[in-house]
Design a protein around this ligand. Structure first.
Ligand SMILES: *Cc1c(COP(=O)(O)O)cnc(C)c1O
Length: 401
């Protein structure tokens, strides 16, 4: 499908910059560059890069595209889903009061400044979500416990200071015991509290708004395969109030013309995308992995669906002691391979990791299978094969060394 992708193949620039040519089987990870940007978005970014545009007009055009794709009244593009969350929350506090927008975050005089979020939704996606609330000058009011929220936890937490309620749809959240989105919306709307849904990593562009959410937020750079960006879609008054934060706390999160044009193109392509074809390609990688890896000593493999019902399956690899590896040890050995293979390892302390087929370049599925077979069938084990997972931040603290 990809003429521009072919001419700009994925090898040379990494070599030139001295970067490792990683194969991404971890998913749409922002820490790895998120996704393969679709050619149409790359083209739009290149076309607009040398041109001047009136940014409010460009965002007005983006609003129309977002509205068409999501079924919203309006929308705008931000630098990331994280900035979309902050700007939407700030908008729910200030409305269109321009001086209030300039006074955030430390002066919230006269503004509602509480945001309700279920405790099991306080996730970390590289940053902590309650910071997106606190950076607006609001306070996160945690409802329920890590394992259960009941309706009264949200209902009685609502006060005259409640600006909004935030609902997170993600594999990161506690996957049981939480209120469903319809339950959450019903409680909040009964008291006129707008509901903002963080759906950064979801395929479904319409369902959350159709369910009654006032704002739905997406990442442009995850399944949409656009440039790094965020999308805010929803009720026009809230969208407008959020957009006006570009004059306030949003200024430091400024999105460029190239990202707006790129994500508009990615949205338009999403409508025409061959979703069934993509699914079939992912399935053939999964089938290949299942065939090559089932029966390897010490590995138990199975295909499992996405936890939040995105139309995407992954291969779970349970790493048993007979393999001579721990899951963390095998993941590290793959990351140290040539080429490096980065697996989906957020549950590695539970003895398994996943292979995610959604960001493969053609043929990479074979390289991944070959390397796992090689490591398991090798007569010896690398150092650290029995690595225990660590949450060490030492490497982060050494950056840029
Ligand atoms: C990835 C993610 C984010 C952050 O998205 P960015 O666009 O990278 O800022 C926020 N929330 C959830 C649920 C995510 O998966």
């Amino acid at each position: 499908m990809s003429t521009i992708q072919d001419t700009l193949s994925n090898e040379p620039i990494r070599e030139r910059l001295g970067l490792r040519p990683i194969i991404n089987v971890s998913g749409t990870m922002t820490a790895l560059g998120a996704s393969i940007i679709v050619p149409e978005a790359i083209k739009a970014m290149a076309e607009i890069a040398p041109q001047f545009v009136e940014m409010d007009d460009l965002q007005r055009k983006a609003s129309a595209v977002i509205a068409r794709l999501t079924g919203s009244e309006a929308g705008f593009v931000t630098a990331s889903a994280a900035s979309s969350i902050a700007m939407s929350i700030a908008g729910s506090m200030t409305g269109t009061r321009l001086l209030a927008i300039e006074r955030l975050p430390d002066d919230t005089t006269g503004l509602k400044n509480e945001v309700i979020v279920q405790m099991g939704h306080v996730v970390n996606y590289g940053g902590v979500i309650d910071q997106s609330i606190r950076m607006c000058g609001a306070r996160a009011v945690l409802a329920g416990t890590v394992s259960v929220t009941q309706p009264y936890h949200v209902d009685e937490a609502i006060t005259e200071k409640t600006a909004a309620a935030l609902y997170v749809v993600a594999h990161h959240t506690v996957q049981y015991g939480m209120l469903s989105l319809p339950e959450f919306i019903e409680i909040c709307h009964a008291k006129n509290v707008p509901v903002i849904v963080d759906a950064a990593s979801e395929y479904d562009l319409r369902g959350f708004l159709a369910a009654g959410a006032d704002i739905a937020i997406y990442s442009g750079h995850k399944f949409l395969s656009g440039p790094t960006s965020g999308i805010v879609a929803g009720r026009k008054d809230l969208v407008r109030a959020g957009y006006l934060q570009n004059r306030g706390i949003g200024r430091g999160m400024k999105v460029g013309k190239e990202s707006i044009a790129g994500v508009m193109a990615a949205l338009e392509v999403w409508e025409k995308r061959d979703h069934a074809g993509i699914r079939a390609r992912e399935q053939s990688a999964l089938d290949l992995w299942l065939a090559r890896l089932a029966g390897l000593k010490g590995l138990a493999v199975r295909i499992i669906p996405d936890p939040t019902s995105n139309p995407l399956d992954r291969l779970e690899i349970k790493v048993l002691p007979e393999s001579g590896f721990t899951a963390a040890g095998l993941a590290q050995a793959l990351a140290a391979s040539s080429p490096p293979i980065i697996v989906r390892n957020h549950e590695v302390e539970r003895g398994h990791f996943y292979l995610d087929p959604c960001n493969l370049h053609p043929g990479e599925e074979h390289t991944v299978a070959d390397q796992i077979v090689r490591l398991i069938e090798a007569p010896s084990r690398p150092d650290n094969a029995m690595l225990t997972p660590t949450k060490s931040t030492a490497a982060a603290l050494r950056w840029p060394d």
